[in-house]
Each structure stands twice: as C-alpha cells, then as structure tokens.
Design a protein around this ligand. Structure first.
Ligand code: NOJ
Length: 713
C-alpha cells in the first residue's frame, strides 16, 4: 500500500480533521478568528497548516512540535501571503502586469519563492487572478487587471515561477490561485459585497485565468469571500465541484479564505458553525482557514451522517499528497535550512530584478513637448508632494517582510541619479488631509526649479483588501497643491503613486508629463530615476482602461457590441451625456521615448478551417530619436455570431526591439481553436463566418490596423 494510504489508515477522525484545519500564527492576522494555544493543538494533531508564519527559528520550532511531538508526526504546511516579494519587494501585481512580460513575471515569482522558502514558507496564497474592471475595488492592485487573456498568461507564469520545476525543491512554494469566482465583480466595487454574474461571463471572463493556472499545475485554489447571486463562494457546490473539479479538472487542495467558513453565518446561509462546516465541506472546501468550523464541526457532522467519511478521506488525501509533493515527509525542514540564506549575491540579483520589474511597470501616460527624458545637466529640480519620500507607499499592500528602510524612495533615487543637480524636497500637503498650509513653501521651491517633479497619489492603505473607494480621484488637498504648482507655468512631471487608476482629467490636461508608477517596491526610486533621465526607455503598458470619471466604472475595452454603438454626438447611441464613453487612456496605452509606426498589416490566411492557424504579418518602424521596444496588441472581432460578441478581444501581445530609424517584420499566429467562445449552450463553440483581426499599440480603435479572414467549418 502507498505510504500515504498507510498513514491515512492509522489516523483517527480527529487527526484527519486536524489536517483540514488551518490556524493563524500570531505574527499577523487579517481578520477575526486566531486561535490561542496553537502549540498544544499542533501536538494533539489538530492543526495541519499554519498561516502568517515565516522565519527559520520559528518555523523549525513549530515544525518540531508536529514532527516530534504529535502522535503521527505529520509535518505542518506553513503558509504565507507572498504576493509580490518577501524581503525584496517587487512592484504590486497590477503594476507588474504593465510589463506584459511572462519571463519577468515568472522570474519575480521564483525570486520571491526563493526568499520565502529560505524562511520556511511552503505555500503562498498567490497568484491572485481576479479580473478587475472596477477601479473602486481596492483589490484591483493585487491582480492582473481587466483582461482575461492577460490574466491567463500571468496565471501560468506565476504558477511556474512559485512552484519551480519540482514542488519538492527547497526553493519551491506551492501556489494558490485566488479568489475563485468573480470577486472582482462585487457590486459597485464595494469590498466583500455580493456579485451577480451570468454563468457565461463567469466561464468566459472570470474563470479562464484559473483554468490556465490549473493547466500549469497550480497546487491550491482559494474561493472568494463574496457570494455570486446569493451563493457564497465558500459554499458554492456547483462552482467548486461541477466547474472547478469536473469542468476544469482541478485535483489539488481547496483552501477557504480567512474565516470565510465562519462567515457563512453572516451571509445568512447557515445557522451555526456546524452547519457552516457542513455546507463548506460538502461544497468542496478541503481546508478551513481560521474559522475553527471544521475542527469543531466535522467530527459531529460525520457522526450525524451529514458528511461522509469517504469525502473526509479524499480531502485529507489531497492535503497529504500536497505535503508529499512539497517533500515535507522526506525532510520537513528542507525549507529554512539552506546555506544560501540571505547570501549577498542572491540578494543583489533580486534587487536588480526588482529594479528591472519596476522600470517595466512604469507607464508614461503623457509627455507633452517631449519633456521627458530630462536632460542630465539640469541645475535645479524641485520634488514636491506627499510621495516624494514615502517608502511605505512604494511597498504597497501585502509587502510580506519587506523593510521600509531598505526601500529606495523617489527622492533618494533622483538624488543618486543627478548628484550635481540642486534638489529641493517639499511635501506641501500630506496624502490625505485638507491642510493647505504647506503649499506656499512648496511654491517657493518650485519657483527656483527648472523642472518640477510632483509626486501625488494614494497612500498604501488606500488600495488592497478592505480599501474600496467611492471617489477614485486624488485624495485630500493634493488637487489644491497641483493647481497651485501648475499655475506657475513651469514644466511639471507628475509622478502618480496608486493602487488603481485615478480619475483626474484636469491633471492630465495640465501636467506636462505624467508617469503612472503604481507601487513599485524596494527599488522604486532607482527605477523612477532610470525612466526620468532616459537611462531606460519606458515600455510599460496599461493592463486596464483608465477611467475619466468614477461613473464610467466598470470600464473595459472588450465590451459586447450593442444595438446602438457609441457615436460621439449621436444622441441615441451608447454614450454619456456628461462625459465621453471612452476611457482617459485605453487598455494597452503607454508612451515610449521612441515613436513607432505599424505598416502593411495583412492577414496571410484569408480562409481557415478547423485545426488551421490564422497568420498575420506587420512591419514596425521606429521613427523616433532612440532605439526602443514596441508593444503590439493583436485583437479579433467575430462579426456575426449566435451571441453578441465583444467589439475587440485580445488574442496576443508581441514585444519587439527596434533600432533608431530601423524596421522589423513581425508575424503573429493564432490557432483557429482560439476563436471559440462560450456559446448558447455554455460550451466552447466555434462558429463559421468572417472575423476581423487587428493590430495596434493599444485598444484605442483609432490606432488599429485591420484585416479579415473567413472561418469555414
Ligand atoms: C484574506 C485575503 O482575502 C486573502 O487573499 C489572503 O490570502 C488571506 N486573507 C490570508 O491572509
């Protein structure tokens, strides 16, 4: 008999349920429900996994309790939110999505896994793959943005990066794709609220990123906190069993969110913890994170015949199998005992990677009069605003064990890059308050400067979990500061720090240049300076449509065709009467210091059949004054189908380096199978007919080149 079956046979029901019980260590808690007396419970075999734990000594200590002092010696699964780095912090996931670069995404996950595993962590609650189309929702910062194709690439790259070639390697972490369902669709962007999403939209928009992570071998899935049309995800048997297990073929472990089983009482679908445990478990949750519901409820539920022992065994098998895959039975201490811990070389490499990731995350939104890059011989710069020297804001949410004192602020980065330039730093106003008394001092510094760097945005706490905003503009008195600075009539570069796009049309109109820097992590200041002074030519592209006004949200480029398409100036068309329907900046937008033209776009396969490929070619010319990397987006539009199809659907992205004045010929290949959509019967359907295919440097319809092909079946 297989070793795990022998072990399973030897376990009491209480020990089995213990494997399904995850408890928070005392380092950090993200909600109510932390248990006391953790050590004794580990010894008793009542805890199978811990979260919020890292650090070689602490990890070895708790692991010894399980291995040496519990009856069966089953090692603990030690988990932590390694979202965008552990010690060295990379840009937040939304920022990193701007890189459109799977190799980079994989490398940063791998680097984070190396650091976290060196401190004993074996499982991370990442990647977060929630499609987010509504910038009010604070957790947009933790995810891939608005597009399903993009989120699929991120899901694969992150899973591979965290999990490595083999989960048993001491440097690998088990990954958790989260939050299964449609968390990003919460009503009005309000955190933890209900979502009401059709099954078609779920299957077509929200779930494919999870399917991609599953295909890449992701070890765990976390259902979302929210309900979909009344069915809390933690108790959503249909989505967790029929869809996740059967349709998507997931065989790994399902881990509830923090206290989510207990919160079924608040949802009003369970009377007590026992009923909550039964609902969640029978729906398909294997591990209860911190509710205490499984450990208390499941033995009683088995006794009363509400839960089958066979199902318990299957869940325990999945958990033990994961521990086995992680190599924990062979060597429970393999993570946390590596000699390479904190070796300077590895650290330097990770910082270099963090700098590259941050450079690639920065999006040049506007650049009037080609103000950027700044000349290296500037004599006097003023750095103004609440984020000039705010390292906490650079780290952003879920910054694990990242240290503020090891984070390079914007000020520090610019000072190092321009040592001979006189630099004045004045905060002017803080990030949040209405106090305008510091503005005069800021203006005095600005008057002396040749160029003003105005660092505005959101504090770290204004995005992330439980940080929804009804107003997505610049908070506090920052607008007053900005208006006063603009009124001086000097060149102003606005450096925007935020976890979401900020709706501020007035700012984009008046600033000379604007850089979206999101939350760039440990190397923020260096990366900003690299872009400002042109050491690096910007390559970041928006993974979201940037709204003009909060009233446009949810906003996304791949909207379905309507009966009355948007036409500016046409009254009975899909428009607003008080603002444009188009975003401030389209999905994919991002300027470069080069200028690219796309030429001679042609579809080389005018007629395609099943199993064929669609092939297009295009020429990219760099008309700018310096070499640079162009980003090309390939979209399709299914012209006539049995259902209204999106006006544009992203099918691929290519990046190409083009020398100054040079040209590159590019081709792009799309499998006919990728033209399928979730049809009238909710299955993947290919329909014959004409498709348009486009290439552009963003989803802005104005810049797209078009050709077409016919699919014959
Ligand atoms: C709650 C969050 O929703 C989830 O993303 C996170 O992994 C858990 N807390 C654990 O910290």
């Amino acid at each position: 008999m297989d070793q795990l079956e022998v072990l399973l046979d030897a376990m009491t029901l209480e020990e089995k349920v213990g494997q399904l019980n995850m408890v928070a260590s005392f380092r950090a808690v993200t909600g109510p429900g932390a248990l006391q007396e953790v050590d004794d419970l580990i010894r008793a075999g009542h805890i199978g996994s811990l979260l919020n734990i890292w650090g070689r000594e602490e990890v070895a200590r708790v692991q010894r309790l399980a291995v040496d002092e519990s009856r069966l010696g089953i090692p603990l699964l030690l988990c932590h939110d390694i979202i965008h780095g552990h010690r060295v912090i990379f840009p937040t996931p939304l920022a990193e999505a701007c890189a459109f670069n799977p190799v980079l995404w994989q490398k940063t996950a791998q680097a984070a896994a190396q650091e976290a595993s060196e401190e004993g962590v074996a499982l991370t609650f990442a990647p977060m793959l929630d499609i987010a189309r509504d910038a009010r929702w604070g957790r947009m910062v933790e995810g891939p943005g608005e597009d399903t194709w993009l989120a699929r690439q991120i899901g694969v790259a992150k899973t591979r990066g965290f999990q490595g070639e083999d989960l048993s390697f001491a440097t690998s972490l088990a990954a958790t794709a989260k939050h299964f369902g449609a968390y990003g669709a919460v009503t009005a962007g309000r955190e933890y609220a209900s979502a009401d999403v059709s099954e078609r939209t779920l299957l077509e928009i929200y779930l494919p990123p999870f399917a991609a992570a599953i295909a890449a071998g992701v070890a765990a899935i976390m259902p979302a906190f929210n309900d979909i049309a009344g069915q809390p995800m933690t108790a959503n048997r249909y989505l967790l069993k029929d869809i996740l297990r059967q349709r998507l073929g997931f065989e790994g472990v399902v881990i509830s969110d923090f206290n989510a089983v207990g919160e079924l009482l608040n949802h009003g679908v369970a009377h007590d913890l026992l009923e909550a445990a039964v609902l969640a478990f029978n729906a398909g949750v294997d591990i209860d994170m911190t509710s205490n519901a499984f450990i208390e409820g499941l033995p009683i539920a088995v006794d009363r015949g509400l839960v089958s022992l066979n199902d318990i065994d299957n869940s325990v098998r999945r958990v033990l199998r994961l521990k086995e895959r992680l190599g924990l039975f062979k060597d429970p201490y393999r993570r946390g005992s590596s000699v390479s811990y904190n070796a300077q070389k590895g650290k330097d490499q990770r910082r270099a990677l963090a700098r590259e990731a941050a450079q690639r995350a920065i999006v040049l939104l506007t650049n009037k009069d080609q103000l950027l890059p700044l000349a290296p011989d500037l004599i006097c710069l003023a750095m103004i605003g609440p984020f000039v020297d705010d390292v906490g804001a650079m780290l952003g949410s879920w910054a694990s064990a990242g240290h503020e004192e090891q984070t390079v602020s914007f000020f520090e980065g610019v000072r190092k890059a321009a040592p001979n330039c006189h630099l004045d730093l004045v905060i002017g106003v803080d990030g949040l308050s209405q106090d305008v008394s510091g503005i005069e001092l800021a203006l005095a510094a600005c008057r002396k400067a040749e160029v003003i760097l105005l660092c505005l945005g959101e504090t770290a706490e204004m995005s992330g979990e439980a940080a929804s905003r009804a107003d997505i503009g610049l908070p506090g008195a920052q607008r007053a500061l900005a208006e006063a600075v603009f009124a001086l009539g000097k060149p102003v570069v606005v450096v925007l720090t935020s976890g979401r796009p900020l709706a501020a049309p007035w700012l984009f109109e008046r600033a000379t240049a604007v850089l979206a820097t999101w939350q760039l992590g440990s190397e923020a200041g260096h990366a900003l300076a690299d872009i400002l002074f042109g050491v690096i030519n910007p390559t970041g592209r928006l993974p979201i449509s940037w709204p003009r006004a909060v009233g446009q949200t949810p906003i996304f480029y791949n909207q379905r065709a309507t009966g009355r398409p948007t036409q500016i100036g046409v009254h009975y068309s899909s428009c607003y009467i008080d603002t444009l329907a188009s975003p401030q900046f389209p999905f994919g937008h991002g300027l470069s210091y080069s200028a690219f033209s796309l030429l001679d776009f042609a579809c080389l396969t005018p007629l395609v059949k099943h199993n064929d490929n669609v092939e297009v070619s295009v020429r990219v010319r760099n008309d700018g004054a310096r070499p640079g990397e162009a980003t090309l987006f390939f979209f399709i539009h299914d012209l006539v189908a049995s259902l209204a199809r999106p006006v544009l659907e992203l099918k691929g992205v290519k990046k190409v380096f083009v020398g100054q004045g040079a040209e590159e010929q590019l081709s792009f290949v799309l499998a006919v199978e990728d033209l399928a959509f979730v049809g009238p019967e909710l299955d993947l359907t290919l329909e014959a007919g004409r498709f348009e295919i486009y290439v552009g440097q963003s989803a802005d319809p104005v810049g797209l080149l078009k050709d077409s092909f016919d699919l014959v079946l």
